[in-house]
Design a protein around this ligand. Structure first.
Ligand code: NOJ
Length: 462
């Protein structure tokens, strides 16, 4: 039966439509472009794609500020294109999961607009308000150094609103049953468009109590069960992969003792300790992290990753360990972010050293869990530290030696393509690596094949 659980044997590839492939030449990646690249992904051997947010959004946080949950941003195409894409993926045996961003909306979302305008609106209580500035307004920021507070004053509403992240991302009042019902509706909608699950962002915040009096938020874990129950009724094989950077003691709260909550969680413990092991040549804390995260229900699975679209968060290491990783992989201030992490891509962190890159990948592909590969890492893409915050590691995919790496025919891509230095597209691109049997791309294809062939790894029992 366990063999039926596709997510245990998956190789997930995460990408952002906007920076993957631009088909219509406007400089922004789109679903038609992504469709043209499905055979590339199929050839690489990935079995699932995780799409970062693609809905209408002012794009002030790379789409994690959604202004309409039920649409596709016109810059990426139409809902029709989206369904063509999920169909094309399905034909190739590739499943699609997408980000579920329901901790907050964009401040441009009509719900928030109405809520701030009219105190009697039904949407007022969809957000979290306070008449006075809460005393802890300067606490709990997720983006320290950039974000100044977690409560901001809204002139129109004449009240303070809570935002765990940036001030343009007002938190939804997720304890409100109407909001909870809407979250299910959003999930149900996208399941009908062909996705088989969600990468749910910021789960601990979604389920936390929120409000001006809440100094110590409490997680309402039971909410996770209702999400799962709903999803399973609608589509038995769909999953939720939770972004929850939590301590091992609470893992079971997220998975559920009976495996009735989250199907998967990213293993942030292993991620941070793996980088420490690489930096310090000391694998003991990694072994400890593996032991600490071992207990889980039979149907639950870890998601393993090296780098993702955010900073490499080192917040769970000791101060000494963190400094060691900084020294080794991000010694310059401009490489670090939010007082806790490194914003670089994998290849430059490892000095472009093939042996170290292969070692890191070998670990990710053989430790217990489902590997999640970040687009571009399969060819060893670099970063552009001139770009602000996390954008440095979100530059367009490097396909070939054509202008703008073959990503777009436009003169102005959404973000500059890396075109200088050893990671420039002239040296690092998929077309050339495809022809070279010893390239990182072909090596990655081979390790993916091996991962799928080894049943221990498949089931996360290694
Ligand atoms: C989690 C996402 O991974 C991150 O990129 C985003 O900035 C925050 N959530 C806020 O939406």
């Amino acid at each position: 039966m366990i063999n039926d659980l596709w997510y245990k044997n998956a190789v997930i590839y995460c990408l952002s439509v906007g920076t993957f492939m631009d088909a219509n030449g406007d400089g922004i990646g789109d679903f038609q472009g992504l469709m043209r690249r499905l055979d590339y992904l199929h050839g690489l051997g990935v079995t699932a794609i995780w799409l970062m947010p693609f809905q209408p959004s002012p794009y002030r946080d790379d789409g994690y500020d959604i202004s309409d949950y039920y649409g596709v941003n016109t810059r990426h195409g139409t809902l029709g294109d989206f369904v063509e894409f999920t169909h094309g993926a399905k034909q190739r045996g590739i499943r699609v999961i997408m980000d579920l961003v329901v901790n907050h909306t964009s401040d441009q979302h009509p719900w928030f607009q109405e809520a701030r305008r009219d105190p009697n609106s039904k949407y007022r209580d969809w957000y979290v308000w306070s008449d006075k500035k809460p005393s802890h307004a300067k606490k709990g920021m997720v983006f320290p150094g950039v974000q100044k507070s977690t409560w901001s004053y809204d002139k129109e509403a004449r009240a303070w609103y809570f935002h765990r992240f940036y001030d343009f991302q007002p938190d939804l009042n997720t304890s409100n049953p109407h909001v909870q019902a809407e979250i299910l509706k959003i999930m149900g909608f996208w399941i009908q468009q062909g996705v088989v699950g969600f990468r749910m962002e910021a789960v601990p915040f979604v389920i936390s109590t929120k409000g001006p009096q809440v100094k110590k938020p409490v997680e309402q874990y039971d909410m996770l069960r209702s999400l799962r129950e709903f999803l399973q009724w609608r589509a038995g094989d769909s999953i939720i992969l939770a972004e929850a950077n939590v301590l091992p003691e609470t893992d079971m709260e997220y998975f559920g003792e009976d495996g009735d909550r989250m199907h998967m969680m990213f293993n942030f413990q292993v991620n941070q300790n793996l980088f420490y092991a690489l930096a310090a040549s000391d694998c003991r804390p990694l072994v400890q992290a593996l032991k600490a995260t071992k207990p889980r229900p039979a149907t639950a699975q870890w998601g393993l990753f090296l780098r993702n679209h955010d900073e490499l968060d080192l917040g769970r290491l000791t101060e000494e360990q963190r400094q060691r990783v900084f020294e080794c992989f991000g010694p310059e201030k401009e490489m670090q972010l939010y007082e806790r992490g490194i914003r670089r891509r994998l290849a430059p962190m490892l000095n472009g050293d093939r042996r170290r890159i292969e070692l890191a990948y070998s670990l990710m592909f053989s430790l217990p869990g489902t590997p999640v590969v970040r687009y571009g890492d399969e060819i060893g893409m670099g970063d552009d530290l001139k770009l602000p915050e996390r954008n440095c590691a979100r530059t367009p995919m490097q396909w070939s030696t054509e202008p703008h790496a073959g990503f777009t025919k436009s003169a102005k891509p959404i973000l500059p393509v890396i075109s200088e230095g050893p990671y420039g597209y002239q040296h690092v691109n998929a077309a050339e690596q495809r022809r070279d049997p010893n390239s990182l791309l072909n090596w990655t294809e081979r390790i993916i094949r091996m991962r799928k062939e080894v049943p221990g790894g498949r089931l996360g029992r290694l």
